[in-house]
Design a protein around this ligand. Structure first.
Ligand SMILES: [Zn+2]
Length: 307
């Protein structure tokens, strides 16, 4: 990276609830200033609506606080994921719960929603949530299926248009070489998840930016409880710079585009992290701290005046 320049990154899709404080520290050290945590499934299906309620509460509460203790701004998207949409009795209850959470502070969209196996139930709850997003004026974060990726991606966009959503309010995630052209041509934001060892490594990402440029493209880690890399955004940025992609394009796909797309919510602004606030690990959330007995809190004192 060029000398003397302090790069800032945004990871617009990362499931921090499943990650450790070491990850937060590493992300902060690598220059990540803000992140978006989409509501998703937890590796096994929930059986009660109360589990969703507590999960959404933690996304707007404890997890936000935890990020702040490492100097990172945390935002989230709220929604019923496609896998769990297949439990219809429970899905009905979750749909009723969503309006209580989508307008909370720090919620920058309805997501991640869309198709997994492209079942009838998934289609029903995807449509209901598109309507909700429209009603409350929030962007939509779409999870595209890993199986039948291309047809699932096209269907996600077709249905979104049937419901009258403006493509510039819709972020289509988990793209690859097969989907990117149509997603961009139709006016949507195209997000790419960098998966270590599999599908979408970051060398492929470099080639995509070389071919399509940086307009409406963004990169994320989608790091969760599986094998994933919470530093995928800064690592990919670095690789792009090394492979000759311009600084302006790297800034766009690893920071600015996410800010612009999710900024339509009115809930995420650059001023949120450009102030002098600093870290104060003496802070508590409902009486709880990220520190354990005897650990020394990090406190950034912006006051450098000596009296
Ligand atoms: Zn995800």
């Amino acid at each position: 990276m060029s000398e003397g320049k302090k790069w800032k990154w945004i990871d617009p899709h990362v499931h921090m609830t499943s990650r450790t404080t070491d990850d937060y520290q590493a992300m902060a050290d690598a220059g990540i200033v803000a992140m978006i945590e989409p509501a998703f499934w937890l590796g096994q299906a929930r059986t009660e609506v109360g589990s969703f309620k507590d999960y959404y509460s933690s996304l707007v509460g404890w997890e936000r606080f935890r990020a702040s203790q490492f100097g990172i701004k945390h935002y989230c998207t709220i929604g019923l994921n496609s896998k769990e949409a297949n439990n219809e009795a429970l899905a009905e209850e979750v749909i009723d719960l969503l309006p209580k959470f989508v307008l909370k502070e720090g919620v920058v969209g309805v997501g991640e929603i869309g198709y997994d196996d492209q079942t009838k139930a998934e289609d029903k709850y995807y449509r209901l949530q598109l309507e909700l997003a429209k009603k409350v004026n929030l962007p939509v974060q779409i999870h595209t299926p890993h199986r039948d990726k291309k047809s699932g991606t096209i269907r996600s966009m077709d249905v979104s248009e049937e419901h009258g959503l403006d493509p510039t309010w819709v972020i289509v995630d988990h793209n690859n070489e097969e989907t990117v052209k149509e997603v961009l041509d139709r006016g949507y934001w195209a997000a790419f998840t960098i998966y270590p060892f599999t599908k979408m490594g970051n060398e492929r990402m470099v080639e995509i930016v070389k071919e399509y440029g940086s307009e409406r493209i963004m990169v994320n880690s989608a790091a969760d409880w599986g094998i994933s890399d919470p530093l995928a955004v800064p690592k990919t940025a670095r690789l792009m710079l090394e492979r000759g992609i311009s600084e302006a394009d790297v800034h766009a796909v690893c920071y600015q585009n996410a800010l612009e797309a999710f900024g339509k919510s009115g809930q995420i602004k650059e001023e949120d992290w450009s102030g002098e606030e600093g870290i104060d690990q003496r802070a508590l959330f409902n009486g709880n701290s990220v520190l354990r007995g005897g650990q020394k809190p990090q406190v950034d004192d912006p006051n450098i005046v000596i009296n």
